[in-house]
Design a protein around this ligand. Sequence first.
Ligand SMILES: Cc1cc2nc3c(=O)[nH]c(=O)nc-3n(C[C@H](O)[C@H](O)[C@H](O)COP(=O)(O)O)c2cc1C
Length: 383
Amino acid sequence: MFGPRLDACASVDDFRALAARRLPRVLFDYVDGGSYAEETLRRNVSAFRDHDLTQRIMVDVSSVASGVELFGQSLQIPLICAPVGFAGMLARRGEVQAARAARAAGAPFCLSTVSICSIEEVASEAGEPPWFQLYMIRDRDWMAQLLARAGAAGCRVLVLTADLQTPAPRYRDIRSGMTRQLGFMENIKRSFEGLRKYGWTYDVIVRGRPHAFGNLAGVLPPAASFADAWEWIRNNFDPTVTWADLEFIRRHWRGAVVLKGVMCSDDARLARDHGLDGIVVSNHGGRQLDGGRASLSALPEIVAAVGDTIVVMMDGGVRSGIHVVKAVNMGARACLIGRPWAYALAAGGEAGVRQMLCAFAAEIRTVQALAGIPNFGAKAIQT
Ligand SMILES: Cc1cc2nc3c(=O)[nH]c(=O)nc-3n(C[C@H](O)[C@H](O)[C@H](O)COP(=O)(O)O)c2cc1C
């Protein structure tokens, strides 16, 4: 009864605790978990602890600027809300609420292919077209239509996610029934649990309809369960994708193309040589290849390999403004955050995401001042 309150949330851990109270267990575990033993997930977070910032003094930091330019867009902070599938189940019309909050913070919002709210709904209701994340689907005609929809909605940056060649099992999702068909008694148990989380039930189940996957209308039945959606993903995500398929994307997309899931210098060079505009150093937040290294650990090698010839961004384990400054200091132009905004959305909807992004922005400014980095345009003082 006397758990955490939204206005008392100071850190991402606080938002996480509040999300755990509000969400049914199956959804909290879906957001919070990683693949297999979650080793890479843990490494993503601990890598930031192992990297030190250097305190610098006697630098004029009377006016600190945190903004960066990316693909012709001005960001107030070097932060992007990463694509998070099913986010519309975390709060009523969740992707719209999060996109509004991101817009207010001057940070781009990247919409997942497997979002609840459609590209069109987010673009019109948030007042700004999102970046759009794409998974390669086997049916290329349908993909061409989806790209045309994103272009028509005003999206200018396409993020192609390449590290979901096959969905990796997540133990928590198997146990909770997120990714398998439930038996009769399990279904009853889940319904009762939903009722106990009455705040979420009223917000999402009663007021948040429709719950269909907005971008997959026409290929998935409107009443598809989580398990049906996973089945569709297993059958339709295309494991044959190679560098040659980028030609298809270029033919159907006029804006910038960013490749997400680059974890080594060879792939970073290939991305640059294939004319991509940017890459995200990412292991999908430790939700795909478990046993791989942390994103932050891969960053220096990748930055050394491609320098400024392509925009390098990173995600995985970013839990504070301090972490953003660390990653930028190591050569990332910007960071993406996944779980942090998903927790904040579940904890407090649009207001929750706003509050969390404001906290990140304030922390970035403070750390810039204390580390002697008045702006990110001038190369940060190396640690
Ligand atoms: C619940 C959840 C759903 C995700 N869904 C997608 C998705 O649909 N597409 C995608 O490219 N990445 C997806 N990701 C990965 C994120 O975009 C991002 O790479 C990752 O969350 C970064 O790690 P972090 O959560 O530690 O910030 C998802 C991550 C989470 C936590």
